[in-house]
Design a protein around this ligand. Structure first.
Ligand SMILES: Cc1cc2nc3c(=O)[nH]c(=O)nc-3n(C[C@H](O)[C@H](O)[C@H](O)COP(=O)(O)OP(=O)(O)OC[C@H]3O[C@@H](n4cnc5c(N)ncnc54)[C@H](O)[C@@H]3O)c2cc1C
Length: 416
């Protein structure tokens, strides 16, 4: 076993999974985050272990819908217009990546990344004594009409081609499975391969507790700068605790990662794709699985703290104040398919999180191209819970010189 030490910036699902897998390789790990583990974007996601989602978030047919979405300030996608100039390079790259040849290549890379998602999740959660957080129930996708169902045929075909079996249910069959589903639902589909966790925050906190139990350290502080000596980072500077020497450094800082990479002269296109959730502890309906709705990018997931409605995509940068009307819009959309859904009450909570989004719907996993002792694990966008544990395993393999099960070139840092 290799003896070395690594400092990991970021205690989200990606950083904590990286720490846990590195520890298994005999590495002494220190994780630094200004927030407690699992309280960044990993806190509030929809809980989907969505390994069948191999088609990129944006493809050419979706590009056509975007102008209509942008006209609706509470629609599934919004851009604060004052932010447009800053987002422009990212948006232009997004357009290039929506072309059919790129969509095909990206789909292949996402499918490869998905191969060991479930076993990597199980490895970490079993070790942490928290395997019961995984629910092996496939997500059910709902459609209002036949046209909506037919429009997604290419995605289903891509999934089938990669071995994910999709199964159509009539509206009645969907209601038999989930009686809360209302009469407006025309049909449903199991998109074979989308489990869910009952508390994403507890997933990360459980892994973090296991890392600490096995000798790892978690430091609460803000990393303000990286000090380079030659082609290495020699130390990092913490806001409260000052400079700290590093041996190997892994940047898993979610939507803030590009700011650190920039200090290493690496230009990585990363945008905060801001998503929202609403949790209803008394939802008035009961679900046994997570639901998605073709008209409403997002999911309704039964979690231990209540029913979580999560989704939406807002481009407004890292610092703009949240617009919780977007969480309320999620409620209105799901009310259309779950008529028994109760009104939000005083126990209802709302949240906004910053998805670390790249314009090609692929994360950055691998070594820095400018700095010898730095590795990256970020940019997981809509799929960070799903790909987090696998990313941790891959980074530990790369750092210890082991061969990985997949081609890692689509995830390299210098592709932007
Ligand atoms: C509404 C919504 C629904 C979602 N649903 C799903 C889903 O169903 N399935 C799925 O797979 N994914 C989903 N996602 C995406 C997923 O949540 C993210 O991709 C994932 O949480 C990113 O994890 P991370 O570890 O990269 O980032 P984070 O969890 O944000 O962790 C990064 C950490 O780095 C810290 N940090 C950053 N910079 C510094 C610094 N300079 N110093 C110290 N600390 C620093 C931050 O404080 C943060 O805690 C969803 C996201 C949203 C918003």
């Amino acid at each position: 076993m290799t003896e070395f030490s690594a400092t990991i910036i970021g205690a989200g699902i990606v950083g904590m999974s990286t720490a846990a897998f590195l520890q298994r390789e005999g590495c002494k790990v220190t994780v630094i985050d200004r927030l407690p583990p699992g309280e960044g974007c990993s806190f509030g996601n929809a809980g989907g272990i969505a390994f069948a989602e191999i088609v990129p978030t944006v493809h050419s047919r979706m590009l056509l819908k975007i102008p209509r979405w942008l006209m609706d300030p509470l629609g599934p996608l919004t851009l604060r217009w004052s932010y447009l100039p800053k987002a422009m390079p990212w948006l232009m790259a997004l357009g290039r990546n929506a072309m059919p040849d790129r969509v095909k290549a990206i789909t292949e890379a996402r499918a490869a990344l998905a191969l060991r998602v479930v076993s990597d999740f199980e490895t970490l959660l079993k070790a942490a004594g928290a395997a019961d957080l995984i629910n092996y129930q496939d997500t059910l996708r709902l459609y209002d009409n036949e046209a909506q169902y037919l429009a997604e045929a290419p995605e289903r075909e891509a999934k089938r081609a990669h071995g994910y079996v999709t199964k159509r249910l009539s509206g009645g069959e969907a209601r038999e499975l989930e009686p809360a589903i209302g009469p407006s639902v025309h049909c449903g589909v199991f998109h074979g391969g989308w489990y869910f966790v009952s508390n994403p925050e507890r997933v990360v906190k459980s892994i973090a507790a296991d890392v600490v139990k096995n000798g790892g350290t978690i430091i609460a502080d803000d990393v303000v700068s990286l000090t380079r000596l030659g082609n290495r980072v020699s130390e990092i500077v913490l806001k409260e605790k000052g400079p700290r020497k590093v041996d190997k450094l892994v940047i898993c800082a979610g939507a803030y990662s590009h700011l650190l990479a920039r200090q290493l002269d690496e230009n990585i296109l990363l945008e905060a794709e801001r998503g929202y959730h609403m949790v209803l502890p008394n939802p008035g309906v009961s679900l046994s699985r997570s639901l998605t709705h073709a008209r409403t990018p997002g999911a309704a997931t039964p979690m231990e703290m209540g029913l979580r409605l999560a989704g939406s995509d807002e481009f407004a940068g890292l610092e703009a104040a949240p617009n919780y009307k977007r969480a309320d819009a999620l409620w209105r959309n799901f009310k259309a398919v779950l008529p028994g859904l109760r009104e939000p009450d005083s126990k209802t909570t709302r949240w906004m999180g910053r998805r670390p989004g790249t314009p090609d719907s692929l994360p950055v996993i691998g070594p820095s191209k400018t700095t010898a002792n730095v590795w990256y694990g970020f940019g997981h966008g809509h799929m960070g819970l799903t790909w987090g544990p696998t990313t941790g395993r891959l980074i530990s393999e790369i750092m210890t010189g082991r061969k990985s099960n997949i081609d890692l070139s689509p995830f390299r840092a210098d592709r932007f």
